[in-house]
Write a protein that binds this ligand. Structure first.
Ligand code: ADP
Ligand code: MG
Length: 292
């Protein structure tokens, strides 16, 4: 699926029908995301990231500009076609707050049941989603969602999106509020989506994780798109990082420091493995490298 925004601007309504707030939340934003891309959306808190992603499947409508999904303009549509909602899955921040079923199975199968998909097909999908998220089917199916650990809840919430078989998966701060082990597990799941053929869009504050996973970065500041390009160009651009008030990951900082010392760094500045191999080789060769 391609997601295309053309000059999208947005303001939140102030509750009264037809009356918009003064504050422009998104300003004249244009870009296109193609099938299979792995895109990071970054920017300081309050810059409009969560607002932006809700335009991708019609949850929010622009005040001006257009949103096109697979070249079809969905901007003026009163009701967004079910297949768009189904194919573009958003895992919101703290999705477990919206649990309402009594068992994990009912929670995860809610979407497909609503679509009147036959029961055996639903169970097949639920099993697949459980497998992907390392949830044991027999163990978890009858448990109460509210009584799971935070990490388990988050995985159940993601499973409930995966059962819809979305072509586009959007994660909004997926590791927020999780413990260290939960974070590691979730990161490894998101990493595993890389060559799955799906489009993955990752909104995150974790710049090291962004540097490691995505290919392309969109950066927002005060509702404006201030960067759209490769992650290498993004992390090579010190002014843009400063402008967006974002911390550069350690790996990028180290690669930059080496280059400033005129030490050639034969790998991209976000390549953790490349850095490791490079340091090992340098440390082995005598006297060629001093760590100060
Ligand atoms: P981010 O996800 O980058 O932190 P958001 O999209 O959540 O940013 O918020 C962007 C701006 O919109 C903020 O100023 C925020 O206060 C405002 N905002 C977010 N949600 C609402 C809402 N439901 N009603 C009014 N203003 C909102
Ligand atoms: Mg947000």
């Amino acid at each position: 699926m391609t997601i295309r925004l053309e000059n999208v601007s947005f303001r939140y309504t102030q509750g009264i029908e037809g009356f918009f707030g003064q504050e422009q939340i998104l300003q004249n934003i244009s870009f296109r995301i193609d099938s299979g891309e792995f895109v990071g959306i970054v920017g300081p808190s309050g810059s409009g990231k969560t607002t932006l992603i809700q335009h991708f499947n019609g949850l929010l409508k622009p005040v001006s500009g257009r949103v096109l999904i697979d070249h079809k303009d969905i901007t003026g549509q009163k009701k967004i076609p079910g297949n768009i909602r189904k194919k573009i899955g958003i895992v919101f921040q703290f999705p477990e707050l919206q649990f309402f079923e009594n068992t994990v199975y009912d929670e995860v199968s809610y979407g497909p049941r609503n679509l009147k998909i036959p029961g055996n097909e639903i169970e097949k999908r639920v099993r697949e989603a459980f497998d992907l998220l390392e949830l044991d089917f027999e163990d978890f199916r009858d448990r109460a969602p509210f009584h799971l650990s935070e990490g388990q809840k988050r995985r159940v919430a993601i499973a409930s999106i995966l059962v819809m078989k979305p072509e586009v998966l959007i994660f909004d701060e997926p590791t927020a509020g999780m413990d260290f082990r939960g974070v590691l597990r979730l990161k490894s799941f998101i990493r595993s989506l890389k060559n799955s053929g799906r489009t993955v869009i990752l909104v995150s504050h974790d710049m090291a994780f962004i540097a490691e996973t995505v290919d392309r970065i969109l950066c927002l500041k005060n509702g404006q798109l201030i960067f759209d390009g490769t992650k290498i160009d993004f992390f090579s651009d010190v002014p843009i990082l400063q402008k967006a008030n974002l911390r550069e990951p350690e790996i990028v900082r180290l690669a930059r420091a080496l280059r400033q010392e005129n030490i050639p760094v034969p790998f991209s500045i976000t390549d953790l493995r490349g850095m490791k191999r490079f340091l090992e080789a340098r440390l082995k060769s005598e006297n060629s490298f001093k760590i100060r």
